[in-house]
Ligand binder design. Structure first.
Ligand code: ADP
Ligand code: MG
Length: 319
């Protein structure tokens, strides 16, 4: 497979389910297009019910496409040989509570036909990687916290040394330390050259980890691209950050700016609608003897883009 061939290739994917007593038809995926290339880390964002899990399950070969084409590693997700090269972390991992962590990993290794001898060295390696102690791995899973279960889920997803990882909400329900560890783990897997698709609604995690992101709303990817491209400068907006500004300086800054807010620790952040206004503010700040910390273009954050796109898609839907 050449560098140019996508590892994940979804074209015009549709999927519907029939819901409730009246078997009402609900379109869950409505023309999804997504290409992910070798060694990329792609973050799929979207509000609840957008269709993220259904997309991932289709790639994991757990949901049959309605119409459209889905291929991974150049073949169908239903191809057993292909499945051998994929690691999947479900949104709610099903683990057998009465097995110990180690027993569970042995079982998963058998599913993937990893030789017993290899498993002996592989399991401690994986436990180390996901930071689950051997002591914890010797305990029954039903005694695990959410964070421990998630770590075990990760170890399970890595048991076959997959080149493609599908991670469904790997950070959800974790405390800040757990989230930090998972974030570090994904970065390690990325460095190892694996291709990763994960979905999340925690924007800062996506921002920190992904090369590209897509925003999914109502079963469609409404915008996607490299993260730097999506965080483009907002039309002609500039920001100045300053500290130790006196009262008169503050009054002048308020007069010149669109918005002027205190950001704590004696710092003020002001936004201007032209570079000219921002430079006038810089001279006001100089005159007042305050300290100019930064003058920058105001970038659209991923959060602003996310909110904008979700609102837009919902408005279009309502019309
Ligand atoms: N197996 C299923 N049967 C019926 N409806 C489903 C099934 N799986 C998902 N859905 C519905 O599809 C929609 C999208 O779900 P999902 O893909 O889980 O979204 P997300 O992961 O973005 O929150 C939801 O409205 C959900 O109720
Ligand atoms: Mg989901």
């Amino acid at each position: 497979m050449s560098e140019r061939n996508p590892i994940i290739d979804i074209n015009d994917l549709y999927k519907h389910f029939y819901l409730g007593f009246w078997r009402k038809k609900v379109d869950v995926l409505r023309g999804v297009n997504l290409q992910i290339y070798p060694q990329e880390t792609f973050g799929l964002l979207g509000p609840n019910g957008a269709g993220k899990t259904t997309t991932i399950k289709t790639l994991a070969g757990l949901v049959k496409p309605g119409s459209g084409e889905v291929s991974i590693l150049g073949s169908s997700p239903w191809n057993p040989k292909i499945r051998q090269q994929v690691g999947y972390l479900p949104e709610h991992p099903t683990v057998y509570g009465y097995l110990t962590g180690t027993e569970f990993l042995q079982l998963c290794g058998k599913f993937f036909r990893v030789p017993q001898r290899q498993l002996k060295s592989k399991i401690p390696e994986l436990l180390d990687k996901v930071k689950l102690s051997e002591e914890a791995a010797a305990k029954q899973i039903r005694t695990y916290s959410k964070g421990m279960t998630q770590r075990l889920g990760f170890a399970q997803a890595l048991i076959n040394d997959p080149q493609l990882l599908l991670l469904d909400e790997p950070m959800s329900g974790l405390d800040p330390i757990g989230r930090h560890d998972v974030r570090e783990l994904i970065l390690t897997l990325k460095k190892e050259g694996r291709t990763i698709l994960f979905n999340s609604h925690i924007l800062s995690d996506v921002e920190a980890i992904c090369d590209r992101v897509g925003i999914m709303v109502n079963g469609e990817i409404v915008v996607s691209g490299p993260i730097q491209q999506l965080q483009r400068p907002m039309d002609n907006l500039y920001q100045v950050r300053v500290q130790r500004l006196d009262k008169l300086g503050l009054t002048n800054l308020k007069r010149l700016s669109l918005r002027c807010v205190s950001t704590g620790q004696g710092q003020i952040e002001a936004t201007f609608n032209s570079l000219e206004q921002a430079l006038k503010a810089v001279s006001v700040i100089r005159q007042s003897g305050a300290e100019l910390l930064e003058l920058r273009t105001h970038y659209q954050s991923l959060e602003q883009l996310f909110v904008k796109e979700v609102k837009k898609a919902r408005q279009e839907e309502a019309q």
